[in-house]
Ligand binder design. Structure first.
Ligand SMILES: *Cc1c(COP(=O)(O)O)cnc(C)c1O
Length: 716
């Protein structure tokens, strides 16, 4: 039943290469990556690092040669042993800390997961967070089981027309090339679960993705037995209208709980990453009432074992549906809960100003025992936004805390930098990555060596940018101006600012163009040139976002900026790696307080690309005056036009007076000593505190473990 079963046969000596390829563990472990890099470096690059695809197309002679190459075989053996260890070691952080919780598990639900670019089931930050959470859980030995969606057409690919307009194309995933397998029932047959939607039953195929110790189960409605419109339900991430959306969410919540049961899994805690999976609650209450519990008792049990993370400080960003729509699509889902239908619907009722609706966040807030926002500031915003849920309660007594996001260090750190850390912080630096004291060692890295690495990373970025531009020009035949806009005129030695994120109004992608003349003067200084690399997609339905993108693209085409502005299309995990590692400064200028956390700045900062940002999201806690720069126009939240002007002016002043002079202040050996002290302080302060390790440990210690322990008390 495994998709990769039909891969061409492998030579005996290396016949577990396919097992290594289908476990995405290789993607964050140098030992695993090395195997495939060495196997065929050209194919490794051509497939954008997709070992499953590589195994399909690699010439047989190459495999035979590898099987006889002692260096390769040694690497292969080491990687397999490490993978085995990652999947089943007993001496993990979790096992040592919580021996009493042996055998327990945590289900983690999310509508998107960004584990690797070869599995395009993510749109942006939410997915990256979920992917990083899973990888870190694997590293720490946390018994997490993840549940999400298999979108056969994934999220869209972005093309930008000559006029700068975003065009979307959906590509059907080639299943054979993806690191996924069919999940199976306990008896080994393929796992298909049934989900009632309206008055019909939709069948859901369950797929399995391995990420070391963590397994991710993905739900897919594209089965022949389903009606054509039902087959389309899971086709695309965030495609379709409200009715598609609610049906997707029913499949995720109800189908996900049913799939776990069929897998023989009985999680002690359910973690809902954003409100999309709120219907988990419905299925679980129903299961309990079916066993005889009263509605109150069932809800109480659910509360003790549900954790909810909210990510959206924008009221309109929370999924809400008219009641008739909910009733229509849930018609077949009630079972023994039928008598309590109104009480369940009341759990989601919330009036956002336009009359009561069924709000997925309200449902999750009312049925989770522990709720968290994703940064300290976002905690305040969330409590005030949802204050009507707890009338009369002072803010500090509202049941919403925060766990600030973090990024998975092994995934995001540049290999060249990891080698420096191993040399100067110690070979066990990854094991100790969340210990702030370890990172004081960054100051023992010689400036020369660090600067060498920073230069290499910038050069890798430009080699990547040029190669993409070459492809667009030679294969897709785009015109010459677009070759310029794609970054071919960029100077690999100039100060490079990166801005890569979703193109949408509140992120203010055009802020830096507020005074175009002033910006042009900054960019085109002959002695101290500056350049900006943009990347990012707009949601297909976000016209405003697309207009921002178009105007930025036109700036890249405008000779006024001398080819020092580029737009890299089709932003994804792969592009993100090059950008966060290769730029010199990471720019983030959202309209405060609309950035819940932001994570790309963390990825940049740990790579020595300091953050230049509004004091929003994580930067409100992360900035310490020496580890990057704070853009502060000094105005509050009112009057957006005045705030934009003030923030833009503050941004220019920082560039003119601090960032550019510091970067180009070189000693006799052309080393920017002052700059490197900011780089070091950025790495030192951000790596331990904003790592996924610190984050996952916090989830475990403050939420997962207490819930699991409490449940054991109750069942005793
Ligand atoms: C990290 C990342 C994001 C999220 O970045 P923000 O700073 O939160 O906007 C989005 N997309 C990709 C591809 C990423 O790697």
């Amino acid at each position: 039943m495994k998709r990769y079963e039909t891969l061409p046969p492998l030579p005996e000596r290396i016949n577990k290469l396919d097992q290594l390829a289908v476990d995405l563990w290789w993607s964050w472990n140098a030992e695993g990556r090395e195997v495939f890099r060495q196997l065929d470096y050209r194919l490794w690059r051509e497939t954008a690092h997709n070992p499953v695809r590589m195994l399909w197309i690699i010439p047989r002679e190459k495999l035979e040669a590898a099987a006889k190459d002692p260096v390769f075989v040694a690497k292969y053996d080491r990687a397999l042993a490490s993978l085995d260890d990652a999947r089943s070691a007993h001496n993990t952080w979790w096992a040592n800390r919580y021996p009493n919780l042996h055998g327990r598990s945590i289900a983690y639900f999310s509508a998107e997961f960004a584990l690797h670019q070869s599995l395009p089931i993510y749109a942006g930050g939410l997915g990256v967070l979920a992917g990083d959470h899973c990888k870190e859980a694997s590293d720490l030995g946390v018994p997490l089981i993840a549940v999400g969606f298999m979108y056969p057409q994934g999220y869209f690919h972005q093309h930008v027309s000559a006029e700068g307009w975003q065009e979307e194309s959906y590509e059907r995933l080639n299943w054979a090339d993806a690191a996924i397998e069919k999940a199976t029932n306990l008896d080994g047959s393929p796992l298909v679960t049934a989900v009632p939607i309206g008055d019909r039953t939709v069948l859901v195929q369950v797929w399995r993705v391995r990420a070391g110790r963590v397994k991710l189960f993905l739900l897919d409605t594209d089965l022949e037995e389903n009606a054509p419109w039902d087959r389309e339900l899971s086709a695309r991430l965030y495609g379709g209208d409200r009715e598609t959306r609610i049906q997707q969410e029913i499949i995720l919540g109800i189908g996900g709980v049913r799939a776990l049961k069929a897998l023989g899994s009985d999680p002690g805690v359910f973690h809902l990453n954003e409100g999309h999976a709120g219907f988990v609650v419905l299925q679980r209450i129903r299961d309990l009432t079916e066993q005889g519990a009263s509605f109150e008792d069932a809800l109480e049990q659910i509360r003790r074992s549900t954790i909810f993370t909210t990510h959206t400080p924008v009221p309109a960003g929370h999924d809400a549906f008219p009641f008739w729509m909910v009733e229509k699509h849930l018609a077949g889902a009630w079972g023994s809960l039928g008598d309590h239908r109104d009480r369940f619907l009341a759990l989601g009722s919330y009036d956002n100003g336009s009359g009561p609706q069924f709000n997925m966040t309200a449902l999750a807030l009312r049925s989770a025992g522990a709720v968290n926002a994703v940064s300290e500031l976002h905690g305040h915003v969330t409590r005030s936004m949802w204050a009507p849920m707890w009338p009369g309660r002072p803010e500090d007594e509202m049941p919403v805390k925060h766990v600030t996001n973090g990024v998975h260090v092994p995934t995001w750190i540049a290999a060249d930098l990891a080698a420096l850390f191993a040399k100067y912080l110690g070979p066990d630096w990854l094991e100790r990555q969340d210990d702030p004291a370890l990172w004081d060692g960054v100051f023992s890295i010689p400036d020369e060596e660090l600067w060498d690495v920073r230069n290499s990373l910038r050069h890798y970025l430009f080699a990547f940018v040029r190669e993409r531009a070459r492809q667009r020009w030679a294969v897709e035949r785009v015109g010459t101006p677009r070759v310029v806009a794609a970054g071919t005129l960029l100077d690999p030695n100039a100060l490079t600012i990166g801005f890569a994120r979703r193109f949408t109004g509140y992120k203010r992608p055009e802020l830096i163009f507020h005074d175009a003349e002033r910006l042009a003067r900054i960019l085109s200084s002959p002695e101290r040139p500056v350049q900006i690399v943009f990347a990012g997609k707009s949601h297909p339905a976000d016209e405003t976002g697309k207009h921002h993108l178009q105007r930025v693209y036109r700036r890249a085409l405008d000779p006024m900026f001398g080819g020092r502005i580029a737009f890299i299309d089709d932003y994804d995990l792969h592009v993100a790696h090059f950008l966060v590692q290769g730029c010199d400064v990471w720019l983030n200028n959202p309209r405060k307080p609309l950035e819940a956390s932001g994570t790309s700045g963390m990825k940049a900062a740990i790579n020595g690309t300091p953050h230049l940002s509004i004091g929003d999201g994580w930067w409100a806690e992360g900035y310490n005056s020496n580890n990057g720069w704070l853009i502060d126009g000094g105005l509050g939240y009112d009057n957006p036009d005045a705030v934009d002007a003030a923030d833009a002016a503050a941004l220019y002043t920082l560039l003119e007076e601090q960032i550019v002079p510091t970067y180009y202040d070189r000693d006799a050996h052309n080393i920017p000593r002052r700059w490197l002290s900011v780089v070091k302080e950025s790495i030192r302060t951000v790596a331990p505190r904003f790592s996924a390790r610190r984050m996952v440990k916090e989830y475990v210690e403050r939420m997962y473990a207490p819930a699991l322990e409490q449940r054991m008390e109750v069942s005793r």
